[in-house]
Design a protein around this ligand. Structure first.
Ligand code: SF4
Ligand code: SF4
Length: 380
């Protein structure tokens, strides 16, 4: 139901809308979940995520970047230098975050073609000092946006945006929660198609409405006995690890007969925590964003707590961890994730290290099928 056509239809509408804004809008590109979009929107600017999930622009990127770098970084950079991301083209400037080393250094190169403001993210979320430092970074961003747009960012404008983004996160949470039922209602690739299609929309109310519409359509499946009977047989997988910017592994898991009921990634369950609407808005934003359990943080114990909650709430049978080549942060952290999943939860765990190329598809498929075969024995 939520197939390619659905996704393309929404994406085309959004693309037309964003491009149609032309000179009237101040568009700010963002690359990472740590960027508080609410502050950008409060300045009357439009935050848009930038393209990063395709292998196509990578050969051009490798003319400047090392080939043994994470494909997400190479793809983002490739889209930018080949001018093939329409959103990048429309941006006035970019707000980036100093997360992993590869991204930080890539932004230095990207500065040659577009102004970039890099938020200096602390490496830990656990100390008062890091929180205070992050607050200062967000105030610097606020001042910069006021200067660039000529619009004052007030507590009122921030609170308004916080509410809009929270409503969107609540809708996302309701969508994801449809898979907490005894029989899941959505395939992971459908969740990806629905959320991926609306992410580029700058109109948060419309974005929330689109998610709510999808929820009501998915709920119709509760009366589709053939669908429910088929879903009932499938092992329930949690896909964790690096952002699922490319669907290769997700597709392989579901083509092999399982269903990815939950994704602990950016845009997924890692980032849908609400901003506190009852405290000072800048403080509330700093708290929410600094708590994102990304592997760039040290230590990152909250991620393990999140995985525990997902395993329990979504009745997970097994965990697959996706690692993009050369992503040292997630790859090293996978040691703890594997230990946590297998020792604490006694669930099977599979790590897949790959990139955006198609040439290892058969090999991954064989590993995933063998993994699911073992699960079948546990099932019966
Ligand atoms: S995984 Fe970490 S660095 Fe990557 S987009 Fe998410 S928050 Fe940013
Ligand atoms: S997947 Fe890993 S290496 Fe790639 S951008 Fe994200 S944190 Fe950095």
């Amino acid at each position: 139901m939520f197939d390619k056509i659905y996704k393309e239809k929404i994406e085309n509408r959004i693309l037309k809308d964003v491009m149609g804004l032309g000179e009237k809008a101040y568009i700010v590109g963002v690359y990472c979940a740590f960027t508080p979009k609410e502050i950008i929107a409060s300045a009357g600017a439009i935050p848009v995520p930038l393209c990063a999930g395709n292998n196509k622009p990578i050969p051009e990127a490798e003319a400047h970047l090392p080939s043994n770098l994470c494909p997400l970084i190479k793809s983002s950079y490739g889209y930018a230098i080949t001018d093939t991301c329409p959103y990048f083209h429309s941006t006035s400037f970019i707000v980036a975050d100093a997360t992993c080393d590869g991204k930080k250094k890539m932004f230095e190169l990207l500065k040659k073609i577009k102004p970039i403001h890099v938020l200096s993210l602390p490496q830990t979320s656990e100390t008062k000092e890091s929180f205070n430092y992050w607050m200062l970074e967000l105030f610097k961003l606020k001042n910069l946006l006021e200067e660039k747009t000529g619009n004052k960012i007030t507590d009122e404008s921030l609170s308004k945006q916080i509410k809009l983004y929270n409503n969107y996160r609540k809708a996302l949470n309701s969508l994801f929660s449809l898979n907490k039922e005894n029989i899941p209602l959505l395939y992971g690739r459908e969740i990806d198609a629905i959320t991926g299609a609306v992410t580029f929309d700058y109109n948060m109310e419309k974005r929330t409405q689109d998610i709510k519409l999808a929820i009501s359509k998915v709920k119709e499946r509760m009366n589709d006995f053939k669908f429910l009977e088929n879903m009932k047989q499938k092992p329930r997988i949690l896909l964790t690890g690096c952002p699922t910017t490319n669907k290769k592994v997700l597709d392989i898991i579901e083509d092999s007969g399982a269903v990815v009921v939950a994704m602990e990634n950016c845009g997924g369950l890692k980032t849908i925590n609400l901003v506190d609407e009852n405290i000072n808005p800048m403080k509330a934003l700093a708290e929410k964003y600094l708590k994102i359990p990304c592997a760039c943080m040290t230590p990152n114990t909250e991620r393990l707590n999140l995985i525990t909650n997902i395993i329990n709430d979504y009745k997970i049978d097994a965990v697959v961890e996706l690692i993009w080549h050369a992503c040292h942060t997630y790859n090293i952290e996978s040691y703890f994730v594997s230990e946590h999943v297998t020792n604490k939860h006694k669930k099977p765990y599979l790590k897949v290290v790959t990139d955006y190329m198609e040439n290892d598809k058969e090999q991954i498929k064989t590993r995933v099928e063998a993994f699911l075969e073992i699960l079948k024995f546990n099932f019966n």
